[in-house]
Design a protein around this ligand. Structure first.
Ligand SMILES: *Cc1c(COP(=O)(O)O)cnc(C)c1O
Length: 338
């Protein structure tokens, strides 16, 4: 099977498994797991941030960040397609008792004027207090779209002048960095907190890291414990994440190239209505005429190609570490045959 359903489906490579097998471990709740400590330190310095916190999932890193940045009743500003709102089980309400203001952005991206307009007047007692802006880069439901870094800086300005914190859901931040050739240190300077996932296109089996300043991460470590996310000899999984961070970032360019090749084959077909601009490793397209999304997904599955029907008309394909050039060629032949 050639599995394009998600970039979370990757299996550890032999080199990664070897690193995991040989990891030196300790009890991380005691702060004594050297491999977890190394991962946290390496991730933080990658972005020039002070500290990191290893967590089992990107949902947990995002939710901890939201909880640390807000008080009950405060408002979080984000895109209406954002993962923190759509795919984290209502966690903003459950974990932080916070309110949300949704903005309809451009394929998952917000602009500074939109954020400015979304900020509530703090003197109006009817309104929740705007406290946090959360961006997503790349934007999953935006088809893997990336921000221009200058646009993020403009949003930062709005945050600074309105006393708002700025969080980044960077589940696929490495894809954005590779696609835009941006400097990770600039990201570290601009955000109050960043969540990165090692378990997506980077290919680790488990793991996300929350980044921020020392005081923030100290508070985050307490919240992680409350959520049950304090793990013991977590170095075995941190070793896989560290291996991913060290070895699998540059190769993301290959996934982006593969996505372009597949999108170019799709666009020629009469049953394709439109494709969101392919900027990284995600292809989201809508179908028309001969097939609905489920039918197309089933036809491709008969040729051993797995995709996901997101809605009756939308299909998603995601490139990752376990998709090689032969598989891409086979997929393109299958598309031509439809
Ligand atoms: C995958 C993902 C997350 C985190 O998901 P987990 O499965 O909890 O690790 C967060 N944000 C985005 C945009 C994602 O795609």
């Amino acid at each position: 099977m050639i599995d394009f359903r998600s970039d979370t489906l990757t299996k550890p490579t032999p080199g990664m498994l070897n690193a995991m097998h040989n990891a030196v471990v300790g009890d991380d709740v005691f702060g004594e797991d050297p491999t977890v400590n190394e991962l946290e330190k390496t991730s933080a310095s990658y972005f020039g941030m002070e500290a990191g916190l290893f967590c089992p999932s990107g949902t947990m890193t995002n939710q901890i960040a939201i909880k640390c940045h807000t008080k009950p009743g405060d408002e979080v500003i984000c895109d209406s397609l954002s993962h923190i709102y759509l795919y984290e089980g209502g966690g903003i309400a459950v974990n932080s008792l916070a309110s949300v203001k949704l903005i309809k952005g451009n394929n998952g991206r917000l602009t500074a004027p939109q954020v400015h307009e979304a900020v509530n007047n703090t003197l109006d007692i009817h309104r929740p207090i705007s406290k946090l802006v959360s961006l997503e880069n790349t934007a999953n439901r935006g088809g893997g779209s990336c921000y221009e870094f200058a646009d993020i800086q403009s949003i930062r300005e709005v945050c600074l002048s309105n006393n708002l914190k700025l969080h980044l859901d960077g589940a696929r931040l490495f894809n954005a960095l590779i696609a835009k050739k941006d400097n990770p240190l600039e990201y570290g300077k601009t955000f109050d907190s960043i969540s990165i996932c090692l378990s997506k296109g980077l290919g680790a089996p488990i793991g996300s890291v929350l980044l921020g300043n020392t005081e923030f991460i100290k508070q985050a470590r307490r919240v992680r414990k409350v959520l049950g996310g304090g793990m013991r000899q977590a170095g075995y999984i941190a070793a896989g994440a560290l291996y991913a961070l060290t070895n699998h970032v540059e190769r993301l360019a290959e996934d982006h190239h593969h996505a372009q090749l597949i999108a170019a084959a799709l666009i020629e077909k009469d049953f394709i209505d439109s494709i969101l601009p392919v900027e990284t490793n995600i292809i989201i397209f809508s179908v028309k005429g001969r097939y609905n999304a489920t039918e197309l997904t089933q036809l491709l599955a008969k040729q051993e190609i797995l995709t996901i029907a997101m809605t009756p008309t939308l299909v998603r394909m995601v490139l990752h570490l376990d998709i090689n050039p032969d598989m891409v060629a086979q997929t393109i032949r299958a598309i031509h045959s439809l």
